[in-house]
Write a protein that binds this ligand. Structure first.
Ligand code: ZN
Length: 393
């Protein structure tokens, strides 16, 4: 006979739900928690007391409301004390941050990344940045885990980077390498940068409250983080969302994945620079220089930007027809391309998108900006804590 959840399981679920609410929404009154979680006042009081005893939240008087009557106590996440380390391994830079419970980036370091750097070389650099940040930690600080956003295909089970076409990584165990370098007894969770950024924008950014979202992230290549029915779409092994490798031109330009005519060969770094007659240049700055030149009237740059914008709209129309998202977010260099060629993107989307799928789709830039990969990497680490707060703390 199957029995329902035990009292203890229900309590743990409720603790997780309450902590998740204040993690996402910040300081919240007990009255609001009662309504939002559908629990009675005494249960909210008991759960808050348990979380406060574990050092995960504090409770205090609200700021003056001006309203009559006894004010409801406010529950706040312990953002200074409870934190996760977040790393973002990008094509041209490495970033490390300490992100507090509640999602604020408290401390950060950034390093240039020479193209061709291996995981074994990147890990000690990131660990060095963390050692610096550790010096500023409060004495009773609690690290609940570490998350990594990396541009590449990441195996969900163990965070092995199977392929990073733009970094040259093949089967690089970055999570293990970082765990060893850090020498801390916390789990390291690895995710693809587009998936991780989508997670962050969905949790607390432009897509908060949206259940069907596509986040397109570009650097040299292009990938998508896809949220469907409120859940991250990861695929069987964790490799879904490699939209940059949709083949759009038969026998087109050579892609770094080894194929020809992939979408990113038209909208990524190489495609834009090739079209602008600047094949020798590379990097984000070189792409920005093309947008800038187009803005100042350089005819060749304008053609390149319009062409790439048209290709961007072409692929987005296909994605919109397949996934029926309510929002498409353009991050990384896709943000710059979208802003430089919004008219072409919209025009192509309107011609190729199915009317029913276009009805409610909104095009947006990230609210969290360049912090999305870091905030999302931290969310990967916080997920364990939020699933069972007392077990982790
Ligand atoms: Zn490809």
């Amino acid at each position: 006979m199957r029995v329902g959840p035990s009292q203890d399981e229900i309590r743990r679920q409720n603790l997780g739900a309450l902590l998740r609410y204040v993690h996402v929404h910040g300081a919240t009154t007990r009255a609001e928690l009662t309504t939002a979680l559908g629990l009675n006042r005494s249960t909210i009081g008991a759960l808050t007391a348990d979380l406060a005893a574990a050092g995960l939240v504090t409770e205090g008087a609200p700021k003056e409301t001006g309203r009559a009557g006894r004010p409801s106590l406010v529950v706040r996440p312990e953002s200074d004390r409870v934190f996760a380390y977040a790393y973002s391994i990008e094509v041209d830079r490495l970033r490390a941050a300490r992100v507090g419970l509640g999602g604020a980036v408290i401390d950060r370091r950034e390093l240039d990344r020479p193209r061709g750097l291996t995981a074994a070389e990147a890990a000690p650099l990131l660990a060095g940045a963390v050692k610096e940040m550790r010096q500023a930690l409060p004495e009773d600080a609690l690290c609940v885990g570490a998350g990594v956003a990396v541009c590449g295909m990441v195996r969900r089970d163990d965070g092995l980077v199977r392929l990073g076409p733009t970094t040259g990584w093949v089967d690089e165990p970055i999570g293990t390498a970082l765990g060893t370098e850090l020498g801390v007894d916390v789990p390291v969770t690895v995710g693809n940068v587009a998936d991780v950024a989508a997670f962050a924008e969905h949790a607390r950014g432009a897509a908060a409250g949206c259940d069907n979202v596509i986040y397109l992230y570009g650097d040299v290549g292009v990938g998508a983080g896809i949220i469907a029915a409120g859940r991250r779409l990861t695929g069987h092994g964790g490799y879904s969302g490699e939209v940059g490798h949709m083949v759009v031109v038969r026998d087109g330009a050579r892609c770094e994945c080894g194929n020809r005519g992939c979408w990113e060969t038209e909208i990524g770094e190489h495609g834009l620079l090739r079209a602008a007659g600047r094949s020798d240049a590379r990097g984000r700055e070189a792409m920005l220089a093309v947008f800038d030149a187009a803005d100042r009237g350089d005819a060749r740059a304008q053609i390149a930007v319009r062409q790439a914008g048209d290709w961007l709209g072409f692929g987005v129309a296909n994605l919109v027809n397949i996934f029926n998202p309510e929002m498409v977010i353009f991050g990384g260099t896709m943000r710059d391309l979208y802003l430089a060629a919004a008219a072409q993107v919209r025009s192509r989307l309107n011609s190729n998108g199915l009317p029913a799928c276009l009805e409610h789709v909104r095009l947006r830039t990230p609210k969290l900006g360049e912090d999305a990969p870091l905030v999302g990497a931290a969310e990967l680490a916080f997920d364990r804590l939020l699933a069972d707060p007392l077990d982790v703390s």
